[in-house]
Design a binder for this molecule. Structure first.
Ligand code: TYD
Length: 210
């Protein structure tokens, strides 16, 4: 059996994560892997509270929002039915659309990392992914894609914020570079070219294992 891996795909809003996740799933399934896609915020109760905040329906302070994402992530890891740990234990490779890198980049830019980083890294319930792929797209292109695809925007989906988030992601990757496997991929290219690089990064994880 192929040893399951936990793969996270990160990127700015409008970076094409959905397309790349679908292409990566197909790549792995074609290779005989058992794969499950999941995302954050989750479909659990905490995920609903977060969606209301992102849509501007409920107002939350930055610390409240960060704590909601943290709680949502713990549920996501620990849910006995379809949580990430349960899936990995069943031999399923998990591809997750956003994970704690998003919290560190988005909430970190408002509240800093002093509390947020150790809260994630030192939390025994939260597992470390085998790989984080960051789909890097210029912020102007993200803004254009968001405009083309939606009638309304969530709280982080404006041009100035997207620019700040991108900078924040790179600061986070710098902080985590010694402890995490992070692959930054130029995603401002045709989707199949990007997919090839994503597949290559993921394949490296399985080399020498099976
Ligand atoms: P979503 O509608 O899922 O969009 P996308 O397809 O871009 O992922 O929105 C998720 C939003 O939540 C996005 O703006 C990033 C933000 N977010 C955080 O701020 N912190 C987090 O920890 C996570 C997981 C997401």
């Amino acid at each position: 059996m192929k040893e399951p891996k936990f793969i996270v795909i990160e990127g700015l809003d409008g970076s094409g994560k959905g397309t790349q996740i679908a292409l990566l799933e197909k790549f792995l399934v074609d290779k005989g892997f058992n794969v499950c896609l999941t995302c954050e915020p989750t479909k659990y109760a905490t995920g609903g509270l977060i969606r209301d905040a992102l849509g501007g329906i409920t107002k939350r302070t930055p610390h409240e929002l960060a704590a909601l994402f943290l709680a949502d992530r713990i549920s996501h890891c620990e849910n006995p039915a379809d949580g990430i740990k349960a899936l990995l234990n069943r031999g399923v490779t998990v591809i997750c659309d956003r994970y704690y890198f998003s919290s560190l980049a988005y909430q970190g830019m408002d509240i800093g990392l002093d509390w947020l980083l150790p809260a994630h890294i030192n939390c025994p319930a939260i597992i470390k992914p085998d790989l984080c792929v960051f789909l890097d797209v210029p912020t102007s292109e993200c803004d254009r894609r968001i405009s083309a695809g939606r009638s309304s925007r969530e709280i982080y989906e404006n041009k100035e914020t997207i620019e700040r988030v991108r900078k924040s992601y790179f600061e986070v990757f710098e902080r985590l570079s010694g402890t995490h496997r992070i692959k930054i991929i130029d995603a401002a290219r045709p989707p199949l070219d990007v997919a090839k690089d994503v597949a290559e990064a993921v394949s490296e994880l399985f080399e020498g294992v099976n």
